[in-house]
Design a protein around this ligand. Structure first.
Ligand code: PFF
Length: 453
């Protein structure tokens, strides 16, 4: 199957940045930083993004660019006579994408809830109470219903083949989101004791790191950059042969880091000033921001605009996941139509969503394997364990599948002067640093768990 290439590099940026930018930056990053003690963790995150994260991001894009296929077909082409387990490995990104999509949909449902709250408030101005978040948390049915709406929207877009248009359209809207967020940061910082906040965020106090922090940082870096899900391999398959993947990858990583920093500056100052919840609570964003919107002038419009843009960003990211699973299924199962594949993915996802939807209601008292809640358990299993494991598998497929000559050809470019010198470092990082850091993160996490038992 021959692929069309994007006519412009800009098309690539819109899609890759759209997939990277999402709830991971705005919702997850602030409370993960809170959980791991602030500045030192931020520093660890920046270091790992630019080393481990960027190394794998480049590898995945290159895998796609070199094979011009998505992950399952690329593996089938590169390992025709190898043991069946290479093939099995290539299905892991799909399983990961499916489970993460279900979990992601629940949080996207929370965004939909607040978006509609602000729309109602805007139209009829009822007495806005802070009860909105607790109503949501107590109702598993409401959470599942909202997540289902989101999954159905994604499914319809995938069946109609509209994702390209929708993704581009959302990409164009994102500058507006940037303006909203920047003006909110300005207001948020001017309402708080700036020096205190900046000290917590950017002064690296290493004694606050725990043995689990390395593992948390790696998982978050992969999640926020969308590494390990197979999505970047598909994106890479559309990149023209003469475009320089390391440069594209570097820009996407930098962009994602800047967005994450901006969201820290927005959420944490407010949370430190006036949140009824600990900084480590997954519902932090949804507690802090609505309160803030009610207080500032024009806050209802800001509130609605913010949650609408956040919803669109989450939709964009979800479409990347949905499309990865659907297109790989269609490529690998003979006779399966796009519509049937989208239905299968949609129905599986709706069923899997039930458990995380009930985490804060039905399962609110359930504490397993040291986790504070069911949501935390699912999050930790998926992002700190399963995701790095799948990323290691993709790394293996990539490194064994593509010959050294081929890797060098895609990495070294006459238009990027440093690329020649950087190539051996990248390869070293891919073969030794990435697996080494992932393994070390797991070992420290296990020791941490045993000590705390
Ligand atoms: N990177 C997205 C975020 O930070 O919200 C999550 C994500 C989207 C992961 C798409 C994987 C993916 F394929």
């Amino acid at each position: 199957m021959n692929r069309q290439s994007w006519r412009t590099r800009f098309g690539f940026y819109i899609l890759a940045m759209g997939s990277a930018f999402g709830l991971g930056n705005i919702w997850r990053f602030p409370y993960i930083v809170g959980e791991n003690g602030g500045g030192a963790f931020v520093l660890l995150y920046v270091l790992l993004s630019m080393t481990v994260g960027l190394t794998l991001l480049i590898a995945e894009l290159m895998f796609g660019q070199a094979t011009r296929k998505s992950v399952v077909m690329a593996t089938a082409q590169l390992f025709p006579h190898r043991a069946q387990w290479s093939r099995v490995l290539s299905y892991f990104p799909l399983v990961l994408s499916l489970v993460v999509l279900s979990y992601y949909s629940v949080i996207t449902g929370w965004v939909l809830h607040f978006m509609s709250q602000f729309a109602v408030y805007f139209i009829s101005k009822p007495d806005y109470t802070q009860g909105s978040l607790s109503v949501l948390m107590k109702s598993g049915g409401l959470q599942w219903g909202l997540a289902s709406v989101h999954i159905l929207i994604s499914m319809v877009i995938a069946i109609k083949g509209l994702q390209d248009g929708v993704e581009r359209w959302i990409g164009w809207l994102m500058p507006f989101f940037t303006v909203i967020v920047l003006s909110l940061i300005y207001q948020s910082i001017s309402m708080t004791e700036t020096a205190d906040v900046l000290r917590v965020l950017f002064y690296p106090d290493f004694s606050k790191l725990t043995m689990g922090s390395l593992n948390h940082a790696i998982g978050h870096v992969f999640f926020t950059l969308s590494v390990g899900f197979g999505t970047l391999i598909t994106f890479g398959s559309y990149i023209k042969a003469d475009q320089h993947v390391p440069t594209l990858g570097f820009r996407v990583t930098l962009f994602d880091m800047i967005v994450s920093m901006a969201s820290l500056l927005l959420v944490l100052p407010l949370a430190m000033q006036a949140s009824s919840r600990p900084l480590t609570d997954p519902a932090l964003l949804f507690d802090v921001l609505p309160r803030f919107f009610i207080e500032i002038p024009g806050g209802v419009v800001f509130g609605f605009g913010f949650f609408l843009c956040l919803y669109l960003a989450a939709l964009n990211a979800s479409l990347g996941l949905f499309e990865t699973i659907v297109s790989n299924l269609v490529d690998s199962i003979k006779g399966l139509s796009r519509t049937s594949a989208a239905w299968i993915v949609g129905v599986l996802c709706l069923s899997l969503t039930i458990v995380p939807s009930l985490a804060s209601s039905f399962f609110s008292e359930t504490r397993l394997i040291g986790a504070k809640s069911m949501l935390e358990l699912i999050d930790s299993f998926l992002i700190n364990w399963f995701l790095p494991f799948v990323a290691l598998g993709s790394l293996y497929l990539f490194d064994r599948g593509l010959a050294e000559k081929e890797k060098r050809k895609h990495f070294v470019s006459s238009s990027a002067l440093a690329s020649h010198a950087m190539y051996p470092y990248w390869l070293f990082s891919l073969r030794w640093i990435v697996p080494g850091v992932i393994l070390l993160g797991w070992v420290l996490q296990i020791i941490n768990f045993i000590k705390s038992e």
